[in-house]
Design a protein around this ligand. Structure first.
Ligand SMILES: Nc1nc2c(ncn2[C@@H]2O[C@H](COP(=O)(O)OP(=O)(O)OP(=O)(O)O)[C@@H](O)[C@H]2O)c(=O)[nH]1
Ligand SMILES: [Mg+2]
Length: 335
């Protein structure tokens, strides 16, 4: 058993378990689900070869290559291998010891990003603007978030700010009905800034706590579309200078290093305050979060592991690190 910070890692029959000592507001099964779904239980898919091998340059290079292939990116990979070297030293190490040291190293890298979304009582309505490239999971995340926030006792309203894609408004209305929360929409083609402005005013008039605003998918390199997003932010700021209070980027984890570029560009355009990573069940190895954590000082709020309303959890650094490292024997079975 190895212990670091607020986390305990144990091995049972070759299976690694990580437990946060602090309680999270996670449903108890979520970590298990994440672990099973992330590459079918294999996480980054690392293998360290023979037990008792010395952590030398060859081994460091071998691990480096595996991390790069798992979308971890060059800078984060260097940092991780340094962390391992610091922990293990130049001596023979077993598979379990190496995995525990790696879990600690990854937890250390991710921990500063694990800042859950806080909604202060003093900010009403609290406006959450959800942005990202086409198909990353924005509208689904809004549906899941509406449920999560409603379950925490908040009143919620949805703003149909994707006025561009056919059927986007109807898609949001379905999530509204499913969660029993109102949806403010205009006609297709309307100015998204006007929709968000109206929704914010409506929420204020009705005494609603939180507005979740959907937006159309846009590529980060389309300047005109990024300007449109900056306008939504500016216009919302006319009703409350601190709005949008949360500028949430939704990233598809299966897009690998491209997701890093998206995060950098969206952050430059509107100043992100949070990131949600979806589709961790979608075949990617999940290493891209390490790269983003290394490059950007933006909190990871939630992670998505499926299309269902219950398939979202609060990001937890230790749990995520443990899911990435996973046991080498591949004990996890896909659901
Ligand atoms: N496997 C999996 N699928 C997901 C997840 N989140 C969303 N999806 C699916 O991804 C597809 C796109 O999701 P949307 O929520 O419509 O994505 P979007 O970003 O709103 O898309 P646009 O509005 O077209 O830009 C849908 O089929 C969702 O069910 C996830 O965590 N895992
Ligand atoms: Mg959408």
């Amino acid at each position: 058993m190895t212990k670091f910070g607020a986390v305990v890692v144990t091995y049972e029959n070759g299976t690694m378990r990580a437990m946060s000592e602090k309680s999270t507001n996670q449903s108890p099964g979520f970590f298990g689900r994440l672990r099973r779904k992330l590459s079918g239980g294999k996480g980054l898919g690392l293998s360290f070869g023979t037990t008792g091998r010395t952590f030398d340059d060859d081994m460091a290079e071998d691990i480096e290559t595996q991390l790069l292939l798992a979308d971890v990116g060059i800078e984060a990979t260097d940092r991780i291998v340094d962390g391992l070297r610091r922990r293990v030293g130049r001596k023979p190490v077993g598979d379990n010891e190496l995995r525990a040291a790696l879990t600690e190293t990854l937890t250390e890298l991710l921990a500063p990003r694990a800042q859950p979304l806080q909604i202060p009582d003093t900010t009403r309505p609290f406006l959450i603007l959800v942005v990202g490239v086409n198909g990353s999971g924005k509208t689904t995340t809004i549906g899941k978030l509406a449920r999560e926030l409603r379950d925490r006792g908040h009143s919620v309203l949805l703003a149909a700010g994707d006025t561009f894609r056919a059927a986007a408004i109807e898609q949001l209305q379905v999530w509204g009905e499913r969660n029993g929360v109102p949806v403010i929409a205009q006609q297709p083609g309307a100015d998204p800034a006007a929709v968000v402005f109206d929704a914010f005013e409506a929420a204020r008039a009705r005494g609603i706590d939180i507005v979740l605003a959907d937006t159309a998918g846009r590529l980060q390199n389309k300047a005109g579309l990024m300007d449109e997003l900056a306008k939504v932010v500016r216009v919302a700021g006319r009703l409350d200078p601190t709005a949008p209070h949360e500028r949430l980027l939704v990233l598809d984890a299966s897009q690998g290093q491209n997701a890093v570029r998206q995060a950098v560009e969206f952050h430059a355009a509107i100043g992100l305050t949070g990131i949600v990573i979806t589709k961790l069940d979608g075949g990617g190895k999940g290493g891209v979060l390490l790269s983003i954590a290394d490059q950007l000082d933006v909190p990871f709020r939630f992670i998505g592991v499926g299309e269902g309303i219950e398939d979202m959890g609060v990001f937890d650094a230790a749990e995520y690190a443990a899911a990435l490292v996973a046991p080498g024997t591949g004990t996890g079975k896909p659901e």
